[in-house]
Design a binder for this molecule. Structure first.
Ligand code: PGA
Length: 268
């Protein structure tokens, strides 16, 4: 039985005091619960302080990105050892916002060339964090144009295969995959629960095919994209969905706690 994971992606929001205040509120209201795992992923600047605010609680800390080099002249980048020294447990990899796959026409043109993550760079990041015990939350998902041209399944299979190829099942035991349709992120346009369930099932069967059925049964597959308290129940009760990667709603403690509650009661 896979323990559901609810991870809050705070993106480029919250100063250090604001992040600490939010972490304290979540901590206080979450208490200690073992039937769901909760993580928050602040900006790099707030990782240390938020980590301190969560010390002694079961709420995990995650980072939003990492660089694959161990150290050196890489101005502005963060190495895996730096994250593990802050007791980070999770690292989001391949978010569509770092892949530059915004999928929306209103995005400023200059941003599109700035973010340029590829499956090849993600593979390097994945391989770099595993020796540090950091757990990847690998995001995959299609743009609106890809969905409309019936390419959803092929895009997701390609993202998975190019990133995870030639890795041993044992190395991937801590992998979490998040299905994040690009058109659903930050748009309020959530993917229908049965379609999200279908794609999460496709992710699991792709892992089984590439690696091993046993691995595909332990890897958690999350859904992300406009998850809110009002739609969390229907998404989280789907059998293939093991939790959620929550953006905007994770900045509101009330919403975030209701989503956690939906994960706890999903089989009930
Ligand atoms: P959203 O973001 O919940 O604001 O749509 C999800 C994500 O980007 O991980």
């Amino acid at each position: 039985m896979r323990t559901p994971l609810i991870a809050g992606n705070w993106k480029m929001n919250l100063t250090v005091p604001e992040g600490v205040a939010l972490a304290e509120q979540i901590r206080q209201r979450f208490g200690v619960q073992e039937d769901v795992e909760v993580a928050v992923c602040p900006a790099f600047t707030a990782l240390y302080s938020v980590g301190q605010a969560l010390r002694g609680s079961t709420i995990k800390l995650g980072a939003q990105n990492v660089f694959w080099k161990e150290k050196g002249a890489y101005t502005g980048h963060i190495a895996p050892a730096m994250l593990s020294s802050l007791h980070c447990e999770y690292v989001i990899l391949g978010h569509s916002e770092t892949r530059g796959r915004f999928g929306q026409s209103e995005i400023e043109a200059e941003l599109l060339g700035y973010f340029s993550e590829t499956n090849a760079s993600l593979k390097k990041k994945l391989e770099a964090i595993l020796p540090y015990g950091l757990r990847p939350v690998l995001c995959v998902g299609e743009t609106l144009a890809e969905r409309e041209s019936q390419k959803t399944d092929a895009v997701i299979q390609q993202q998975l295969s190019e990133t995870l190829q030639a890795m041993e099942p044992d190395e991937l035991r801590d992998l979490v995959v998040a299905y994040e349709p690009v058109w659903a992120i930050g748009t309020g346009q959530v993917c229908e629960a049965d379609e999200a369930n279908r794609v999460c099932g496709l992710i699991r069967s792709t892992l089984a095919h590439m690696h091993h059925t046993e691995l595909s049964e332990v890897v958690r597959v999350l859904y992300g994209g406009s998850v809110k308290a009002s739609n969390a129940n229907s998404l989280l009760k789907q059998p293939e969905i093991d939790g959620a990667l929550v953006g905007g709603a994770s900045l509101d403690p009330e919403e975030f706690l209701q989503i956690i509650h939906a994960a706890r009661t999903r089989k009930g």
